[in-house]
Write a protein that binds this ligand. Structure first.
Ligand SMILES: C[S@@+](CC[C@H](N)C(=O)[O-])C[C@H]1O[C@@H](n2cnc3c(N)ncnc32)[C@H](O)[C@@H]1O
Length: 258
């Protein structure tokens, strides 16, 4: 638990502790060792840390989750970036999980740009701590159940059948997939990218961190935003209790001054 806190910033309540122990139990049985011996091993062995974080992280996500953010991105941010034919977007999705969030971002861009998508200079960096989640994200494969939040027009724009008939799984179309670049990044580590970003999505990951870690993280992100840039956080992650230089712009929407 201490290792998870110091390396990944993840805090555990008593309720979560039980969940974690049950998730780790399988690995302990495989190795036939106890928790203390396991902690010692994981501290020394980066490969074991990867297995540990894959087991510890909660990857719950969904297509177009918290849709107000995609509306704001489409109605306020993208038109601003398109002004004067500039059509340039630098975006960071900081907890990309299994890909539903970044592909929803790509879908929103494609829907907005229409036939002009090829005239956009777009770079969307998608990072996560979990290599397991990133492997799923890179595959771009989703069951019919997972894509249920999409209306038919969005489904047609974003996905093509991966099997069937009858179709039970779907693959993200290259036109969306090519907008995204996936990489592993622990938010607690140094960040190799310099920015500036027009938009950062960092949603539903800070709830696992302490208030101090959240404050440090939000201030680091604010420093990477372009003037006028937008930070989206999860709807249950209000930044009202922490000090930061951003202006609230809507529910869980924060903007850096121009
Ligand atoms: C609950 S999911 C949220 C996914 C997506 N942002 C959304 O809102 O639907 C949280 C994600 O944060 C990732 N995560 C947890 N700790 C992290 C850390 N220290 N650095 C980077 N990602 C982390 C997990 O692997 C997981 O994929």
């Amino acid at each position: 638990m201490d290792l998870a806190r110091s390396v990944a910033g993840i805090e555990f309540t008593d309720a979560k502790r039980q969940l974690i122990e049950s998730r780790l139990a399988k690995r302990l049985r495989q190795l036939d060792i106890g928790m203390d011996a396991y902690a010692e091993r994981a501290i020394k062995d980066p490969a074991e840390q990867e297995i540990l974080f894959n087991a510890l992280t909660t990857n719950h996500t969904a297509w177009l989750r918290e849709p107000a953010h995609f509306d704001d991105f489409s109605r306020r941010v993208l038109p601003h970036l398109a002004t004067g034919g500039r059509n340039r977007l630098r975006l960071w999705c900081a907890a990309a999980s299994t890909g539903e969030e970044p592909y929803s971002i790509a879908l929103t861009i494609a829907r907005f740009a229409g036939d002009s998508l090829s005239r956009w200079d777009t770079a969307v960096l998608c990072t996560d701590l979990s290599t397991k989640a990133l492997t799923a994200a890179r595959s771009g494969l989703y069951t019919s159940e997972r894509i249920a939040p999409l209306v038919e027009a969005d489904r047609r724009l974003a996905l093509e059948p991966a099997d069937g008939p009858p179709v039970t799984s779907w693959k993200v179309k290259p036109v969306l997939r090519n907008l995204l670049h996936f990489a592993r990044l622990n938010l607690m580590d140094e960040w190799p990218m310099k920015g500036p970003f027009d938009v950062i999505f960092c949603r539903n990951v800070m709830i696992y961190f302490s208030r101090e870690t959240q404050e440090r993280l939000v201030n680091r992100m604010a420093g990477l935003l372009a003037p006028g840039g937008t930070l989206y956080v999860g709807h249950s992650e209000s930044l009202s209790a922490i000090r930061h230089p951003l202006q609230a712009r809507g529910p869980a929407i924060y903007v850096r001054n121009e």
